[in-house]
Design a protein around this ligand. Structure first.
Ligand code: ADP
Ligand code: MG
Length: 243
């Protein structure tokens, strides 16, 4: 069997604010159906990295390639909607005045019949069959999160970019939603970049972990390797408060 195709290829990504480098020559590759967790302490540049890949933040240097197509480099900046990326953020709210079905179908340009079928199929995927006519305020936090996942998946993005998407949820709900999210994304063959500052989340969800510090990736590998063979004392300390 041939290896899964590369969906996201980032090289030399660099961004400075006020002369201070925040993301410094960062490179990443993620294949179809693979989850890479970008893990690191608060302020190390995770969100800025994700925002440059998404196209909501310009880059100073480097290149972003999605499915073999250059979507950003020094001279080129395609807008987010032209990059085949799905976005999920903690505070990426649903549209409150729209129904669940309208929220999920929002980014779809298809004919009405096709769109309705796609929305129904997506709601079934995230275990929300029959929720289409409801409004977001009638849903629990976990249900809203699953609607957001369905909405992000609707246009069939090649890459899903998630920035701490589960941090607003209480512990009881979080595990189930993590599992559903991974299952659905892997089924669709989407490459996933998940940003988190929580080591246990990265260990649980990543096929690969990229450990980030001060704008750079200091270690990458399987969860097993990163946890058991930390690259230095700081990396060991970062993992040590997991219970
Ligand atoms: P993380 O997501 O890892 O917590 P961020 O990427 O949000 O880190 O931020 C990294 C650093 O860049 C922080 O010091 C932050 O204050 C700074 N930063 C982020 N965005 C901007 C901006 N638009 N202008 C100036 N500084 C910024
Ligand atoms: Mg952040």
């Amino acid at each position: 069997m041939s290896p899964p195709p590369v969906r996201l290829h980032v090289t030399g990504l660099t961004r400075a604010f006020g002369g201070q480098p925040v993301v410094d020559d960062l490179s990443l590759t993620i294949a179809a159906g693979q989850v890479t967790c970008l893990l690191g302490p608060s302020g190390c540049g995770k969100s800025t990295t994700l925002r440059m890949i998404a196209g909501v933040e310009p880059l100073d240097n480097g290149r972003v390639v999605i499915d073999g197509r250059v979507v950003a480099d020094q001279g080129l900046h395609l807008p987010p909607e032209a990059r085949s990326v799905g976005l999920m953020f903690q505070d990426f709210a649903l549209f409150p005045h729209m129904t669940v079905a309208q929220n999920v179908g929002f980014g779809l340009r298809d004919a009405r019949d096709y769109k309705a079928r796609r929305v129904d199929a997506l709601l079934e995927r995230v275990n929300l069959t029959g929720f289409g006519p409801k409004h977001p305020h009638q849903l629990s936090g976990g249900e809203q999160q699953r609607v957001a996942l369905a909405r992000a998946l609707a246009p069939r993005p090649r890459v899903m970019l998630m920035d701490e998407p589960f941090s607003g949820l209480d512990n009881r709900l979080r595990d189930g939603i993590r599992d559903t999210t991974l299952e659905v994304l892997k089924d669709e063959g989407t490459a996933v970049l998940l940003v988190t500052h929580e080591p246990d989340e990265a260990l649980r969800m990543g096929d690969e972990i990229a450990l980030m510090r001060a704008g750079r990736i200091v270690q990458r590998g399987s969860p097993y390797n990163v946890y058991n063979a930390p690259v230095d004392r700081a990396a060991a300390a970062f993992f040590s408060d997991i219970n």
